[in-house]
Design a protein around this ligand. Structure first.
Ligand code: DX5
Ligand code: ZN
Length: 215
């Protein structure tokens, strides 16, 4: 059964408490928080302060996805804000191995995100050091985009790399996940489904989370 990680980026920020309560009462396993700096990605979202509010309002595993340059400057702040997993982008890190060590030494799980153009083979030399690969299935920066079909081949290839090396790394798929494409994504080998619009723009988010979980 896949881990379901609703992305709060698509929530209504005027009524965040309501959405956090909904998540707590749902079968969601994690909640996914998207931090954007307006430099690595064109959009700006929120920082450690809001992550702290949200992490203290939910009882679920706090999965923080940093779409920012120089993430080493903020790793400690996100640990203090309640992050259980901290994901950095391979394309944003000059010293990715060092970034991973920093996250682990702060006591968080470490994730590495890759953009749609980045081949999974680029992860070969860090795969043994991380807990999660966040595979972007849209170009990062905005919710509500369309899933890039080629991602399915990348999931299969990464699944083979992980299994051939007897690793426990989770494959998380982020962007454009719907009730329609989730079965194929899971079949290809994904462990974690991030879902923003599919959950929060649906008439009954709790039921949509349950439907994703049931796949
Ligand atoms: C996009 C973010 C995603 C986003 C997904 O840059 O990383 O986590 O919230 O939103 P949907 O599921 O609407 O594509
Ligand atoms: Zn994300």
């Amino acid at each position: 059964m896949a881990i379901i990680a609703p992305s709060l980026l698509s929530a209504n920020f005027l009524t965040l408490q309501k959405d956090c309560d909904m998540l707590n009462a749902s079968v969601a396993d994690w909640f996914h928080l998207d931090v954007m700096d307006g430099r690595f990605v064109p959009n700006i979202s929120f920082g450690p302060m809001l992550v702290e509010f949200m992490s203290s309002a939910t009882t679920k595993f706090c999965d923080v996805h940093l779409m920012i340059e120089e993430p080493e400057r903020y790793a400690e702040a996100f640990k203090k804000a309640g992050a259980d997993n901290l994901t950095v982008h391979l394309e944003a890190c000059k010293h990715l191995h060092r970034n991973i060590q920093q996250i682990k030494s702060l006591g968080m799980q470490a994730g590495v995100a890759i953009n749609p153009h980045t081949p999974v083979e680029s992860l070969a030399d860090v795969l043994g050091d991380i807990d999660l690969v966040c595979m972007m299935s849209v170009n990062p920066g905005f919710g509500g985009q369309t899933f890039i079909p080629r991602t399915l081949h990348k999931i299969e290839a990464l699944r083979r790399m992980i299994d051939d090396n007897h690793l426990q790394v989770k494959i998380e798929i982020d962007g454009g996940v719907t009730l329609q494409n989730a079965p194929d994504i899971i079949k290809a080998g994904a462990d974690v489904l991030v879902a923003g619009n599919t959950v929060f723009k649906s008439p009954d988010p709790t039921a949509t989370i349950a439907a994703l979980k049931a796949i």
